[in-house]
Design a protein around this ligand. Structure first.
Ligand code: ADP
Ligand SMILES: N[C@@H](CCOP(=O)(O)O)C(=O)O
Length: 319
């Protein structure tokens, strides 16, 4: 359960009043998530999510919050950050950067079908296209530079075979990033963490994407790969479920045509997506922070996925 910073009711009430959201009736710590302090916040006017950012700074946050606003204004179903009378959407509580956003309806689909994957794929493509004219720029802060910085920190906790895999994959991704074909990949603002638990469905219908706090400018293919590694795998083995993967990518492709270079580099980027989350999970697991409520994610899941992608690279063929 993740409440790193407890928020007194009086402070939450004062913020609700400043944002003109009515009268606070309930404030409840959210029991999942590993990055930030999150509360469900209810007023007599509606349901919201209050987030205190534990790692992201006042300088980094405008990129994420204004991106959510930009996408919401273009009809992408994402939580819209609430502003004060002066239009400021980044607030402060307990000395931490804070946001209040709409609470999306529905719940997570943790056992997605091809139909769910199709909707996520189509909406992801629409989101990429809607982000093209977003004027702010911030790199993916959990990208290659962070991997290179973090791998040496987690290496001492690993077995020799794991160390070898982590180091060789990092070297492969560094070489890939320097290649002209990689530089030519289309890019823009990406979500970069669009897992099953960051999407809401009501019944069979997608109601929104949330948790944009790992977003950044990166290749669209990286975003696609992160999704395929989560939405279209068998969770026990890490194996790709081809039916779901085809449903996801075909739906994406119908909204924004996947380029030849993207098809060619997909297997390499799926490895990158696995590496990224193996590293962050190792980091969270071996170097945990204090938390009043916390659930650690299993790093070996992404080690398995990486090994699986290396053993069985998957190629998308348009029908
Ligand atoms: N805008 C939202 N609408 C509905 N539920 C949300 C929203 N934001 C967060 N949640 C709920 O809070 C949980 C934790 O949020 P998350 O962003 O994953 O945390 P963290 O940033 O700490 O990883 C989510 O799984 C979801 O249930
Ligand atoms: N999706 C990541 C962890 C990031 O946490 P989130 O709760 O903000 O999505 C993972 O599964 O490792």
């Amino acid at each position: 359960m993740a409440v790193f910073t407890p928020v007194p009711l009086a402070d939450a009430s004062a913020l609700v009043a400043r944002l003109d959201l009515g009268t606070l009736t309930e404030l409840r710590g959210i029991t999942s998530g590993i990055e930030n302090t999150n509360y469900f916040l209810t007023t007599d006017r509606g349901d919201y999510v209050l987030t205190l950012f534990e790692r992201l700074t006042f300088e980094q946050l405008p990129f994420y919050l204004h991106l959510m606003k930009h996408l919401a204004q273009r009809g992408i179903p994402v939580p819209d950050p609430k502003g004060d009378a002066g239009g400021e959407i980044l607030h402060r509580l307990q000395g931490k950067p804070t946001a209040v956003v709409d609470r999306l309806r529905g719940s997570h689909q943790l056992a997605p079908s091809a139909r769910h994957c199709e909707q996520v794929g189509a909406m992801l493509a629409r989101m990429h296209l809607a982000g093209r004219d977003y004027p702010r720029h911030q790199p993916n802060l959990r990208g290659l530079a962070w991997w290179a910085e973090t791998v040496p920190v987690v290496l001492p906790y690993l077995e020799p075979a794991q160390r070898e895999l982590l180091e060789s994959e990092l070297a492969f991704q560094q070489a890939l990033a320097a290649a002209p074909a990689f530089a030519a990949l289309p890019r823009g603002p990406v979500h970069a963490d669009l897992f099953r638990d960051n999407v809401m469905f009501e019944g069979e219908t997608l109601t929104g994407f949330f948790d944009f706090y790992f977003a950044g400018v990166d290749t669209w293919l990286f975003d696609i790969s992160v999704c395929l590694n989560d939405w279209c795998v068998d969770l026990d083995t890490g194996r790709l479920d081809e039916q779901r993967a085809v449903a996801f990518l075909s739906a994406y492709d119908r909204e924004r045509e996947i380029t030849h270079d993207e098809s060619r580099l997909l297997p390499a980027l799926m490895r990158a997506g696995a590496l990224r989350f193996w590293i962050s999970r190792l980091w969270d697991f071996h170097l945990p922070r204090e938390a009043h409520m916390l659930q650690a994610h299993d790093p070996t899941h992404f080690e398995r996925i990486l090994r699986e992608r290396l053993a069985n690279p998957w190629h998308y063929v348009r029908a």
